[in-house]
Design a protein around this ligand. Sequence first.
Ligand SMILES: Cc1cc2nc3c(=O)[nH]c(=O)nc-3n(C[C@H](O)[C@H](O)[C@H](O)COP(=O)(O)OP(=O)(O)OC[C@H]3O[C@@H](n4cnc5c(N)ncnc54)[C@H](O)[C@@H]3O)c2cc1C
Length: 431
Amino acid sequence: MATATGSLRKPARKTTSKRPAKKKPKSFKWQKLAGKNDEIEQVIRTLGQKKFVGRAQRYDEEASFPFENYDDMRRAGILAMTVPKSLGGLGVQYADYALLAAEMGRWCGATALTFNMHACTPLWTGHIADDLDMPAADRKQHKKNRELHFSRIVEKGAIFAQPFSEGSSAAAGKAPFGTSAAKVDGGWVLNGKKIFASLSGAATYYGVLCTEDKPDASVRDTLFMAVPADSEGLSIVGPWDPVGMRATVSRTLVMEDVFIPDEQMLLPRGVYYQAARRWPHMFLTLCPTYMGLAQAAYDFTVAYLRGDIEGIPVKRRMYPTKQITVADMWIKLQQTWALFKQATGEARVDPSKDDRLRAYAAQYAVMENANEMCRLAIRTCGGQSMLKSLPLERLYRDSRLGSLMLPWTAELCLDRLGRETLYEPGETDDA
Ligand SMILES: Cc1cc2nc3c(=O)[nH]c(=O)nc-3n(C[C@H](O)[C@H](O)[C@H](O)COP(=O)(O)OP(=O)(O)OC[C@H]3O[C@@H](n4cnc5c(N)ncnc54)[C@H](O)[C@@H]3O)c2cc1C
C-alpha cells in the first residue's frame, strides 16, 4: 500500500487584502437543479453508481484522494450544493443535506466524508450563521466575506477542508485550540499544527479553527479562518496509511507565520463559540457518510445472498440462519434511519433538551450501527465476501472509524448523554 511521506512546502504567494471588483456572477447549466432536491439526489446516485463505485477500490489501495470524483461533482454543480441559491449555489439546507450526503456515502465513504468537510463551510457560514446573534457591523462584514467565499466555490469550483483536530482536547470542545491567530495590519498571522487534515493536498482552502492570540484567551476566542492552500508558510507533512477511510488523505497541516487577509475570516469573532452551543447539530454532519455505509452493507448483503454479485453467482438465500441475519440487519437499518432522519430534521438554533439529547443518540447509533451492520454482513455472507475485489471489506474498515470522530466520539456522546439526562445546566450535587 502506498504511503505518502515527506514535507510538501507550498510555493510563495503574494497575498492581498484587495477585494476583486464587483462583476456579474457567471451562470452555469447545473444551476437549474437549485431547489430540486430529488433531482440532486438522482445526480448523486448516478455519479455514485456509474463512477464512484468503480474507482473506490483504487483510491483505497493507493490511499489517494478521489480527484476524479471531485471533478465529476464540480461539473455537475454538486460542489455548490450548500451554497445559497441567491448566491449561485443549489441552496440545500441542513436536513436535506444530511439525506443527500448519506446517498453519497452509499457509493464512496471517503468521498462523502471529505465532501462533508467541504459542504459544511457554506452551511455554517450560511443559514446557520443567519440564526445566530452578531452586531450589525459584523453581520455586514460577514455577508461580504461569505459572498467572496461562495463565489470561489460556484465560479471556480474551490474545495474547502475543515482541519480542526490537534491531538489535544480542543477538538472535543474542552480547551482552546493551540493554533493561534495574531491580529496584524490587514489580516492575521497563523501558527500551529492540525492533525487528520482530510483533503490535505486537495483542498483549495483549509477552514482552520484557531484561538485569537491575546491574554487570557479561552474557547470563546475561537476563530474560523479560510487559509488558502498556496499560502506561504503552510505545509503538509507526515505519512498517511490508516486502516480505513484511506482516500480522505488526512495528513498533518503545519502553519508557520501564515499571513491571511481579513476577508479570509469565515465567521466573525465569537460566532463559532456561539454556534457550537446554540446550533449543536452542526456537529452531527459526520453521520450521513456512515448512514450511507450502513445502507451499502445491507444492499451488498442482499445482492450477495441472492447470487447477484458478479463472479459469485451462488445463491445463499435459502438458509434460515442467513434469512434471520438479513431480517436483523433490516430492523437495525430502519431503526438507524429513523433516528437519523428525526435528529437531522430537528436541527435548529436553540434546540430543546430532548432534541439535543436525540442528536447525541443519533450520532452514537449511526456510528456504532454502521460498523455493526458491516460485521453482520461479513458473518452471514461468508469467506468470499472478504475479497478485496468486493466492497464489503472496505465498508467494514471505513465504518470502524465513525465513532472516533471528534467532537462527538461514541464515548463523548455517552458522557454527554449520561450527564445531561441527569443534570440541568448549572446543577451540582454540592449542598
Ligand atoms: C478518517 C479520518 C478523517 C478525519 N478527518 C478530520 C478532519 O478533516 N478534520 C478534523 O479536524 N479532524 C479529522 N479527523 C480527526 C477526528 O475527528 C479526531 O479528532 C481524531 O480521530 C482524534 O484522534 P486522537 O487520537 O487525538 O483522539 P482521542 O485521544 O480520542 O481524543 C483527543 C483528545 O480528546 C479528549 N477526549 C477524547 N475522548 C475523551 C473522553 N471520553 N472524555 C474526555 N475527553 C476525551 C482528550 O483530551 C483526548 O486527548 C479525522 C479522523 C479520521 C479517522
